[in-house]
Design a protein around this ligand. Structure first.
Ligand code: AHR
Length: 492
C-alpha cells in the first residue's frame, strides 16, 4: 500500500516552538560531572571547566533551552551550597542518584556559563520538596535582581555584576513522587504560595512552570488547572518510554522484534497522553495560555552492566532514534498546546545525545535525529493528512508511519517521517497541492541491524546519509521509506 500524504501548504497551523527541542541535565551519574563539567584543571580541554568536545557537538544542535539541576535532585538541592569559592562549597550526598558525594563545584554561576556557551536559555527548577519559600525566593533574587539587595550584592561578591536573564522557572519537580509525595490538592496550594515569592525583577518576567502529572494521572492535571491554573504559565508532564515495566525494565541492547514493536507502541502513547491532558487544560484555559511542558521524556532501559545502577547510563541504538523521531513529530503536531519538551538527559544519562568515556565521546543515534529535525525549530506547522498503513505484531497493531511537516520563513518545506516497521519498507506519495517545488534533498538515518549503536570503538555505525531516490514528479513527491528509519526532506 502506498502511503498517500496530503500536505496543505496554503494554511499554516501556528509556530512550532524551538523549545520542543529542549534538553535536560541533572546532577545524576555522569551527566554534569564528567559529561559536561571536568573543572579548569582537567587534562580534557575545557572552557571555564566545561569540556570543549561536548560543547562543540552540542552547539551544532542549536539547543534552545536547558533544564537544570533536576529532576529529583532539584527538590534536594540547596542553591547556596553551590556558589562562592569552590574549595569551601559544601559536600553533600546525592541520595537519589547513586549515593555519591556531590561537591557542588557545578552551581548557579557554572550553569549560566554553560547556557551562555551553548547560546541557549536556562530553565531552572526550584526546590519545593525540601526547600523553603524564602530559599526559592532568594535564588530568584540572586539570579535576576539588579539593584542593591542582600542576594544581588552576594552575587556581585561572587564575581557576577549583572543579573542573568532567566525566563523559565519550575516550582518543584515530580511533587507527586520524589518531590514530596504530595496530593495534587496540597501541591496546588504550595505551588500558589511558592510562586508568589518568585518575583519578577526589572524586566525579567518569569515563565512559571508548575510540577505536572506523571504519565496518565489526569486527576493531577485537573486539580492543578482548577486550583492553580491562573497562577502558572506552564504545567509539566513526565512520561518515559519503558519497555517491560517500571519494576522490570529491559536492557538497551540485545532486544528482539517483539521489544522493538513494544517500544514503538509505547512511544506513540505520548500522543494519547498529550491529547488527554490537553483536553483537561482546554476546559480551564480554552485560549491555550498555559503551555504543556513535557520536561522529561525518553527511553528508560536497564543501566549498562557493570555501571552504577544509580547513574542510569544506557546505550542508545537505532531504536532510540525512532523513539526520538516519533516523539518530536507528536510534539510538533500538538504545538498549539505543547510549548516545550526536554529529553532526559543531555549527556551520559538515559536517552542521551552524547556518551563519554574519559576524554572520548560518541554521538548517539538520538543526537542525529535532533540534528536532522532542528530545521523545524520556530517554523510554521503544516497539516499532514494521511492514513497510515498498519504495523501488526502478534495480535497488536499500531500505525506504521509517523510524520510532521513545517514551512520556514524563507518558504522551505520540511517533512520528517519515521517508518516504525522493523522489516517492511513503505512507499510514500506526498501531494503538494500545486506548490511549486524544484528541488528535494533528503537525509536518512537507518541501519540493517535494529540494535545498531555507536560505540567508542566504532562511533560512526549509525549516522545520517543522503536519502537517495526521492523523486519530484508532476509537482508531487515520492519516495520509499526504508524499514526502521527516520528521514527528513527539504523541499525548495
Ligand atoms: O530523569 C531521571 C529522573 O526521572 C528525574 O530525576 C525524575 O524527575 C524522573 O523520575
Amino acid at each position: 500500500m502506498v502511503v498517500a500524504i496530503n500536505l496543505n501548504v496554503k494554511e499554516t497551523k501556528g509556530t512550532i516552538s524551538r523549545h520542543l527541542y529542549g534538553q535536560f541535565a541533572e546532577h545524576l551519574g555522569r551527566c554534569i560531572y564528567e559529561g559536561l563539567w571536568v573543572g579548569v584543571d582537567s587534562p580534557i580541554p575545557n572552557t571555564d571547566g566545561i569540556r570543549n568536545d561536548v560543547l562543540e557537538a552540542l552547539k551544532k544542535l542549536n539547543i534552545p533551552v536547558l533544564r537544570w539541576p533536576g529532576g529529583c535532585f532539584a527538590d534536594e538541592y540547596h542553591w547556596k551550597d553551590g556558589i562562592g569559592p569552590k574549595e569551601s562549597r559544601k559536600r553533600m550526598v546525592n541520595t537519589h542518584w547513586g549515593g555519591v558525594v556531590e561537591n557542588n563545584h557545578f552551581g548557579t554561576h557554572e550553569f549560566f556559563r554553560l547556557c551562555e556557551l551553548l547560546d541557549c536559555e536556562p530553565y531552572i527548577c526550584g526546590n519545593v520538596g525540601s526547600g523553603t519559600v524564602q530559599e526559592m525566593s532568594e535564588w530568584v533574587e540572586y539570579m535576576t535582581f539588579d539593584g542593591e539587595s542582600p542576594m544581588a550584592d552576594w552575587r556581585r561578591e561572587n564575581g557576577r555584576e549583572q543579573p542573568w536573564e532567566l525566563k523559565y522557572f519550575g516550582v518543584g519537580n515530580e511533587n507527586w513522587g520524589c518531590g514530596g509525595n504530595m496530593r495534587p490538592e496540597y501541591y496546588a496550594d504550595l505551588y500558589r504560595r511558592y510562586q508568589t515569592y518568585a518575583r519578577n525583577y526589572r524586566d525579567n518576567h518569569l515563565y512559571k512552570i508548575a510540577g505536572g502529572a506523571n504519565v496518565d494521572d489526569y486527576n493531577w492535571t485537573e486539580v492543578l488547572m482548577r486550583e492553580a491554573g491562573r497562577f502558572m504559565d506552564g504545567l509539566s508532564l513526565h512520561s518515559y518510554t519503558i519497555p517491560g515495566s517500571w519494576e522490570e525494565k529491559r536492557p538497551a541492547l540485545g532486544f528482539d522484534e517483539a521489544e522493538w514493536f513494544e517500544t514503538m507502541k509505547k512511544s506513540l502513547h505520548m500522543d494519547e497522553l498529550i491529547t488527554g491532558h490537553s483536553a483537561i487544560m482546554d476546559k480551564y484555559d480554552p485560549e491555550k495560555r498555559v503551555g504543556l511542558i513535557v520536561d522529561e521524556w525518553g527511553t528508560w532501559f536497564l543501566p549498562e552492566p557493570g555501571t552504577n545502577p544509580g547513574f542510569l547510563y544506557q546505550q542508545n541504538t537505532l531504536r532510540d532514534a525512532l523513539v526520538a523521531g516519533i516523539h518530536l513529530n507528536i510534539f510538533q503536531n500538538h504545538s498549539s498546546r505543547v510549548k516545550m519538551a526536554n529529553i532526559a538527559q543531555m549527556v551520559n544519562v538515559l536517552q542521551a545525545m552524547i556518551l563519554t568515556e574519559g576524554s572520548k565521546l560518541v554521538l548517539t543515534p538520538t543526537y542525529h535525529v535532533f540534528d536532522m529535525y532542528q530545521v523545524h525549530q520556530d517554523a510554521k506547522l503544516l497539516e499532514v493528512d494521511f492514513e497510515s498503513p498498519t504495523y501488526s505484531y502478534g495480535d497488536e497493531s499500531i500505525p506504521q508511519i509517523s510524520v510532521s511537516a513545517s514551512i520556514n520563513e524563507v518558504g522551505v518545506i520540511h517533512i520528517s517521517a519515521c517508518n516504525l516497521h522493523h522489516a517492511e519498507d513503505a512507499p510514500v506519495h506526498v501531494c503538494l497541492n500545486g506548490v511549486e517545488i524544484s528541488e528535494v534533498v533528503g537525509t536518512l538515518l537507518t541501519h540493517a541491524s535494529l540494535g545498531a549503536y555507536n560505540s567508542f570503538e566504532q562511533p560512526e555505525t549509525v549516522h545520517p546519509i543522503v536519502f537517495e531516490g526521492a523523486v519530484l514528479e508532476g509537482g508531487n513527491l515520492s519516495f520509499v521509506l526504508p524499514s526502521a528509519s527516520v528521514a527528513v526532506f527539504a523541499l525548495r
